[in-house]
Design a protein around this ligand. Structure first.
Ligand code: NAD
Length: 428
């Protein structure tokens, strides 16, 4: 496969590889290699000092054969349309593999949200909806939070859409605050979902989870709950997490060989996932370079920050002790690194299976909004566990049956479902 760190080229290379294995019809490939629709737009925002700043926004709808497009909106200074395209494509596969009746979409704004005041953020998210509201909705495209966006922002977006459309429409956005149409368990969903698949993978590998050590990249929403789940649900040890330091403009790994305490680290973390390293040091943590997490002598690696982190350069730093990589982030592994991981026989739970917990509970949120009846957190997390376990099993069965790498098997399960829906609708 091609050596690339462009996320969309990676998504296309992964798809092409499996399309070839499946000998997919060229027309079907033509449909699935590219998003069905995409919107590029400018959002003018009045800043607190009275000036106007214009932001670049995107919304990409990859494929809605199986149901309304679904996917988060990311606020990141390095956002590009290719990242959004890749993430939208992966959403199509993610919904299919998790067997939820939704398609793939994604949005983005080129901005560092930490540089905006709360009122500027509110005007920006409302501005985003003012531009795109006619092209989204509960029955065609349902956004959600992602890196750099929060439940509060989703609440503002839902409110703006409801005002513009003239009716209260909670189902237009998921990841809303609890009490404002949000679902209990959404905050924990992705990280815990990662852990449900780690549990199943370790069972398959016949490894006792309670004797396992894990190293995690990132300390945002996904990484925090993956750490808590690994320690509290699986009784394992997490030796480090990492984060992007906003002041120093570099990433750091925060380590404690006998086990980090994610609740403590959370208490010294800002809302963008940056840990206060002085307070961490005072509590006995060691601050190491950002890429130290990948070379730790652990059984499980959980990349849960951004795409392209396990690449041609970093993959060789992975310890021979590592038996499992659970991809909490979207697209953390480049195709080049994938080849190395494959040849070393490391078991991989691929991203769109591993982190499907978030979209699964987002789907539950939409269902609860439609019913106007809300489940308890226990009910939500139990239903999530069932869905994630079933999804893992379907991919593992495919991998064993076709003697395929887990990522390829996940693509096979997902592509089959999307192609079937397109055929049923007469598209191909
Ligand atoms: P987040 O913004 O809450 O956290 C991101 C974390 O990564 C922060 O701790 C940040 O400091 C850290 N980080 C950023 N760049 C880094 C770098 N170069 N090195 C080390 N750490 C770095 O984001 P999140 O919601 O936790 O999402 C993380 C990943 O999981 C993304 O790929 C996202 O697309 C994916 N994902 C998120 C969800 C969800 O529900 N939140 C669902 C599916 C997939």
């Amino acid at each position: 496969m091609a050596s690339t760190t462009n996320a969309f080229e990676m998504a296309q290379a992964q798809f092409d590889h499996v399309a070839e294995m499946l000998q997919l019809d060229p027309q079907v490939c033509e449909m699935l290699r590219w998003p069905m629709r995409e919107y590029h737009f400018r959002i003018p925002v009045r800043m607190d000092d009275g000036s106007i700043r214009v932001f670049q926004g995107f919304r990409v709808q990859h494929n809605d054969a199986r149901g309304p497009n679904k996917g988060g909106i990311r606020f990141h200074p390095a956002e590009t349309v290719d990242t959004v395209r890749a993430l939208a494509t992966w959403m199509t596969w993610k919904c299919a593999v998790a067997d939820i009746p939704l398609g793939g979409g994604k949005g983005g704004v080129v901005v560092d949200p930490a540089t905006l005041s709360d009122s500027e953020k509110e005007r920006l998210v409302r501005g985003y909806i003012q531009v795109i509201w006619k092209n989204i909705g509960p029955r065609n495209d349902v956004p959600a939070p992602d890196v750099g966006t929060t439940p509060q922002m989703m609440g503002w977006m839902m409110d703006e859409y409801s005002k513009l459309s003239g009716k209260y429409t909670p189902g237009v956005i998921t990841g809303k605050p609890v009490g404002g149409g949000g679902s209990l368990g959404r905050t924990e969903a992705t990280g815990y979902g990662v852990i449900f698949t780690v549990r199943e993978a370790l069972k398959h590998l016949k490894i006792d989870a309670s004797k396992c050590k894990a190293a995690i990249q990132g300390f945002g929403n996904v990484a925090q709950y993956a750490a808590i789940g690994f320690i509290e649900k699986l009784k394992g040890t997490v030796v480090c997490v990492s984060y992007w330091d906003r002041e120093d403009r570099v990433s750091y790994t925060v380590s404690k060989e006998d086990g980090i305490d994610p609740h403590f680290l959370h208490s010294i973390t800002d809302q963008y996932g940056s840990i206060n390293k002085d307070k961490a040091r005072e509590a006995g943590y060691v601050i190491e370079p950002g890429d130290a997490w990948i070379s730790k002598d652990v059984d499980v690696l959980i990349p849960a920050a951004l795409e392209g982190q396990i690449n041609g350069e970093t993959v060789h730093k992975i310890s021979p002790k590592v038996k499992l990589i659970a991809e909490g982030a979207n697209g953390p592994t480049t195709p080049e690194a994938d080849e190395v991981i494959k040849s070393r026989g490391i078991f991989v739970v691929p991203d769109f299976l591993c982190n499907a917990g978030g979209v699964t509970v987002s789907y539950f949120e939409g269902v609860q909004n439609d019913m106007n009846f809300y489940w308890t957190k226990e009910e939500v997390l139990e239903k999530l566990d069932t869905k994630m376990t079933e999804a893992f099993k379907s991919v593992l069965d495919m991998s064993l049956e076709r003697k395929a790498y887990m990522r390829d098997a996940a693509y096979m399960v997902a592509i089959a479902k999307v192609v079937k829906a397109m055929q049923l609708r007469g598209w191909v």
